[in-house]
Every structure is written in C-alpha cells, then in structure tokens.
Design a binder for this molecule. Sequence first.
Ligand code: BGC
Ligand code: BGC
Length: 612
Amino acid sequence: MKKYFILLFAASLLLFTQTSCNRASANKKSVTWNSLEELVSQMTLAEKVGQMTQAERGDIREGDIKTYFLGSILSGGGSTPAENTPEGWVDMTNAFIEESLQTRLGIPVIYGLDAVHGNAIVLDATVLPHNVGLGAIAAGDSRRGAEAAYSAGFITAEEMLATGVRWNFAPVLGVAEDIRWGRTYESYSENVEIVTVMGANFVRGLQEGGAAACMKHFLGEGQTIDGRNQGNALLDRAGIERILPPYRAAMDAGAISLMPSYSSINGIKMHESKELLTGLLKEDMGFEGFIISDWAAFIQLSGGSFKAQIANAINAGVDMYMATNGRANWMMFITLLKDLVEEGIVPMERIDDAVLRILRFKQSIGLFDAPLTKKAGTVGSDANRTVARTLASDSLVLLRNENNVIQKLPAYRNILVAGHGANNIGMQCGGWTTTWQGMHGPVTKGTTILEGIRSATEGRAVVTYDEDGKADGNFDVVIAVIGEDPYAETQGDRASLITGPDPDHVSAEDIDTLRNRSNQINIRPNDMDMLWEAYGYDCPVIVIMLSGRPMTIGDEYLHWDAFVAAWLPGTEGAGIADVLFGNRNFTGRTPYTWRKTINGEILYPFGYGLTK
Ligand code: BGC
Ligand code: BGC
C-alpha cells in the first residue's frame, strides 16, 4: 500500500514537472505548425524581411541582428572567428544567437557554412575525401558507397555541432558532365545513380548526426556549356527530368533547405526561374523547405537594377537571400525588399510563405527548443580520423599496374618518394580547407602521403624523399606524387584541350607552351620536370595523382608502371600507404570517364579500376 502511494506520488511529480516544462517552452517558442502561422501573422514587415536576410559574419556589427531581425548568419569559405577552435566558434555562434533571442519575438538566427568534406574550415578538424573520392567508392560498390556517404555526413555533423553550427550548405547534387568544370570534385560522379545514392545517404548521416543539410545547387550546374561555372545549360524537359533524381532522393531523406545554382537553364538564371523554383520544385515536387540563394546571386539576374533583381528572385521563389559582399548590401536588400512589398510588386503572401518556410526549418531542426550550444566539443578525434583514413583508402582507384609492380611494393627496400604533393596536406585536401580556395602546405593537422609511407615501411625499407626527384643513388622504385594545385569554384574552371608534349620528343618551344598552360588540366610543369627525373632511374615508377577530376595526361601514362588516382583524399594521407603496403585492396573505381584529352580518346571508361 505504502509502496503504491510512493509510486503514485512519483508519477504525479513526473507529470507535473513535464507539463510545466512544456508550458515553459510553449510560452517562449511555438511548437506546432499552426502556431508558426500565428507567429508569422504577428510579425511586422521589418521582422519578416529580416528573417529572409542572411549576412556574412564579417559584414555585421554588434546590434545588427537585434536592429534588423536578421534571420541567418553564414561563414563564407575561410571566414572564421579569430580563434579558430571549437571554443572560438561556439563563443561566436552563441553570441549571435543570444542577440537574436533578445528581439521582440526571440526567433533564433540560424548559422550556416560549407562543411563540404568534413567541417574543414575549422583548424585541425577531420578532413574527409572530397565527393569525387566518395563517388569512386560508390562506383566500385554502391552499398559501400552509401555507407561511406552516411558516415561522411555523420562525422561532419559531429564536428559541426562541436563548433555550434547546425546548417551545412551540402551536399552538392549536381551531376558533373564536363570535367572542365571547377566544381567537378564537389560532384560525386558523372553518373546520376551514384549522385542519387550518395547525396541521400549523406543527408541521412548528416541529419541523424544532428545537423541540417542544404541540397545544392538546383539545377543543371554540371550541364553548362564547356563546363563553365555559373554558365548556361541547354536542357529540354527530358534533360531536366534526367538530373532530378538526386534532389528527389535527398528530399525523401529529409532535406528541407535548398540552394539554387548560379547557372542558367536555356538562358534563364536559376535564381529567377519561377518555372523551376516554384513550378517544378515547390509545386510539382512538393518541396516544403526553404530556398536560400547562393552568395550574392541576385546581382547576376536580369532587371537592370538591384531592386528589380530582388523582385525577380523573391517572386520566382527564393526565400532567403545570402546578402554578402559587404554590410551595405544586406542593408540595401532589406530596404529595397520592404519597398517592393509596400509597392505591391512583391506580394505579402509571397513574403509570408517565405518566412513560414524559414521558421518551419528552424523549428524542425530544434532551434527553438535549444538555440544555444552548451559546450564546445572536439574536432579531429582519433575515431573520426580513423574513419577518414578508411574512406581515403577505399576511394583509391588503381588504373594501371604493369608487371604487378604494386604487388612487389612491400618487398622493395629502397624507395624514392618524389613530388610536391607527397608531403603536402593542403594539396591532399584541395579547396574548401581552412580557406575557400585551399592552399599548399601544412594548412591543418593530418598525415601526408610521405608520412604514411614512412610509417608503413618502418624497419622494412629506406625511404628517401626528394621533391624534385633528384636524389642521388639507386632505388628499387620511385613513388611520384603529382596533381592539381588547390582551387574552388570558378578558379578551377579549365579550358584544356591539349596535353603535355611527349617527353621523348620535346622541344624547348613545347616546354614553353606547356608552362603557359596554367588554365588547363594538364600535368603541372613542376610535376612534369620531376617525372622526367624519375624516369631517369632504372626502376619502376608508380604515379599517385591528387586531383579533383581525371587530368588530361595524353600518352604520359605509358611511362608509368603503376598509376593510382587518389582524388583529394583529405587529411589522412596514411590511408594511401594502407593500400599500397598493407592488406587492403583497391576497391574504388573511377566515377568519371577518363580521357586522354578533353573530348578525346577514352583511356579508362567510367567504372574502371583494377584490384591488386
Ligand atoms: C558557392 C556555394 C556556397 C556559398 C557560400 C558560393 O560561392 O557557390 O556553394 O555555399 O558560396 O560559401
Ligand atoms: C567566399 C566563398 C564564396 C565566394 C563566392 C568568397 O569570398 O569566401 O564562401 O563562395 O566568395 O564568390
């Protein structure tokens, strides 16, 4: 009897605390869809337009969030707090959110950034292979690819949350069909099915890890003429239908934000295509999330004035503007959008719809319930680096293996490692790593390919490193690492049609021309010089390529005994030695058709790759 009463008492206490908790949160926050609508109905125009504005962290001063009701803040590539540590990030994001909580309605700002291969903007975070490498895993085995994408998303979320950031401008769902495009490495593959599987699983991993995805970029970014970034794609209805599956699958996986592409379809910029943003995406496909514009994208639109451009984009269906490039720009956006509404050019229903979509997003990711981050977490944990290392291993594609030289590697005692890329975390990681464009050198914590080889062969072989491949002595094998300089977006666009001259028939003139072709996807001149040195040793040459796409190598590969595409493997260079010297096999396959020259003869078809 006594026991019964105690139980009853305990139960009613529990009930009491629970209801009072609910009531407390219901007071401050809205919980149901209806109340969000109610919330919108109570908002002033300034509050609504503020929600639709996203400013760059460097473009705001203290008090701006409160005064202008800004809905979102972002970090552009490389835009970090002065103290680039999880603590520094949490202090910054919490301060922004706290300011937003002080507004009349207390709607928290949402912070977003591009964690496109791990939360790589943060110093010493785990940097995963860029999507091209994950696509190689999927091209080898779709189930394995799906798992890789899921864990990439999950780890990324963990390292984002550690820094107080919950919204990721990822994944890229574009299908790169012209490798001259500078964003080819951000695309999983030229194959729609691979992009579909990988994108959806990345979304799942990311969101189950607690961060929100943003599908980008919609639509046709990989189909532009000559692979030009932000260019024009000519697509008929069937062409559009062909590249939609990744977006549908990501939506099914729960993605509720989306960024349009800078590019145009049939001459109309995506950001002002009402037909595709509202008609196709929101109406036909039933997208209930919100559309965030790309970086200052409105200024590229038609209309002749910023005001007309804003009207075009918002009326087409864009819900929030990434109003970057200076404080004056987001302020101007706010003023002009208010004018447009007052003049009836942008209907109030469109504004209400946009704000409701934004608030729904904030609610569904739990931002109203727990806006602040209690404590900074860890980035770059051993556990996450172990996963990244496995992903790097699995993404390798063995393209050539004459006389089984790869099998003989562990038996060699005297190894020369050469090439600028061999001891170069920055080159391994590529763009979007601590900075927007990426950089050569020790940009963040990790292991280089050289370090990986050294520890894998410790006590078994002597490893000599010479960047230029000019070491004295005899070697059993040369491992030469070549590749692309880091780049991001348009800076990575290439016009290449020609490859380097055959080294056996090279004239001084050819060399000059080659040196001047920095806008092409050829082997870089310094790598070429190094290779010519490497060929001079009387031993096999194994080439490892660090690149965001199949580089145009002409007939150069004929000089290589083995050829491994490592893509942009990230911080864990040891993952490469694990396959070369350990028990792991090559399971990746090329996610892009590899041609000798652009549009030239196919060297390795899509899906090609050898096992050891
Ligand atoms: C890119 C987007 C990115 C945004 C914010 C733009 O230049 O196209 O992919 O999310 O910048 O960094
Ligand atoms: C930013 C990037 C952005 C780009 C757009 C850069 O300054 O750091 O995030 O994508 O501008 O042009």
